[in-house]
Ligand binder design. Sequence first.
Ligand code: BGC
Length: 471
Amino acid sequence: MEFTSKSRFYIYGVSAIAALAGLLFGFDTGIISGALLFIQKDFVLTTEMKEFIVSSVLLGAMIGTLCSGNLTDKYGRRKLMVVVSVLFIIGTMIATFAMQVSAILFGRLIIGLAIGIGSYIAPLYIAEVSPFSLRGGLVTLNQLAITTGILCSYIIDYSFTSFHGTWRWMFGMGLVPALMLLVGMIFLPESPRWLVGKNRIDEATRVLRNLRNTKDVAQEMQEIKRSLNVKEATFREIFSPWVRPVLFLGAMLGFIQQATGINTVIFYAPTIFQMAGFVDVSNSILATVGIGIVNVLSTVFAILVIDRLGRRPLLLTGLVGMCLSLTALSLAFHQGVDISVMRWVAVACTFIYIICFAFSLGAILWLVVSEIFPLNVRAAAMSVAVFSCWFWNFAVSSTFLTLLNDFGPSQTFLLYAGVCIFAFVFCYYKTPETKGVTLEQIEENIRNRLPLRDIGQPLCTKDLLTESQIG
Ligand code: BGC
């Protein structure tokens, strides 16, 4: 398909607005590490309360993800994204102006609901409006937004430390992207694929023509319709024998993305640097900003190459890099970071780990889970897979400090390296290459019960002909 610069601009614009949900995801999960230091100056907090303030967002995200899938399939992606932005605004206002700890908790819980719902609708919406040849890069814009949000939260945490009412400013800054998301989503079109699913064919054709900046969308419309030649789905259908394997794949990728330890670095980087012997707090916070920057840059690299190199090479290479850097990090702690060179090895390993995560699992989880589910249960199935991601995020980030206490950093990082080995084997045998195929082709392959690894293969022309003659 040929793209004019106007159609490229439009599709990138639409995707960038939807990706603001990712920016808020990154911002609101990242901001708490700095804000907490100041909240505890204003309120008396027990350790449990502190942990709960941090994890309330993750809890909200789990609830939001699990409860909204069906609604997204029923009412549409755009309407739910409007709800997401309203929830972000309400939650942020409550947390920002809180006079009691319970209000902070409540506000953060609502923000969590918004993060959870937005975390899967944004990539799903982008995947559904994208032409297949640009889909990888466009959906990965969402991960770029997540990493940018995390970086902004680090910078804001760092620069607002001397303001009066520090943590309120830190939380309050989230209002800006939330309002932008709300205004943007009011004007964006509904997903043409969802519209076809609801039999609103004329509207879908109109939206697709605008998105592609051409009147000639007959072939794409035909493919979308072909994939819907099935009865109306119910929530239970996501557990039916033909969808179950992809549901399993999505849930496993969610587990792998989190259990390989990413958020131990994202949430606790200053702690890791201090353990490595860099005791000066401002230096370790500055190094954390460095982590945020390489996270963004490596995601940009993924966006540039993902539709050319494909998902699998990036995923597998990244996992090898993550495993090696975690093993070296473990060895450095084992040798003792009082040896100056080991200190630097530890810092270098942390940076290499982040780079490898960002161009592989970071980008690819959200992309693959937005590609592998059949249209009429896509949001519901995706919400179940993404729930796994939030659940393991919660499990890993709430056990990291305990693991450090009980087993020390060397063994803790070795554990995550072990998960990387399992992840590599799983991804090698089970993760499909979905580069350059339409979502409808993937769905067709799932219906034909192809092995998971092969569901991204293009259909042969014979199949296409037969299907289109039938259609
Ligand atoms: C993960 C987050 C993580 C972020 C780091 C995302 O893909 O889901 O848990 O904090 O990447 O960039």
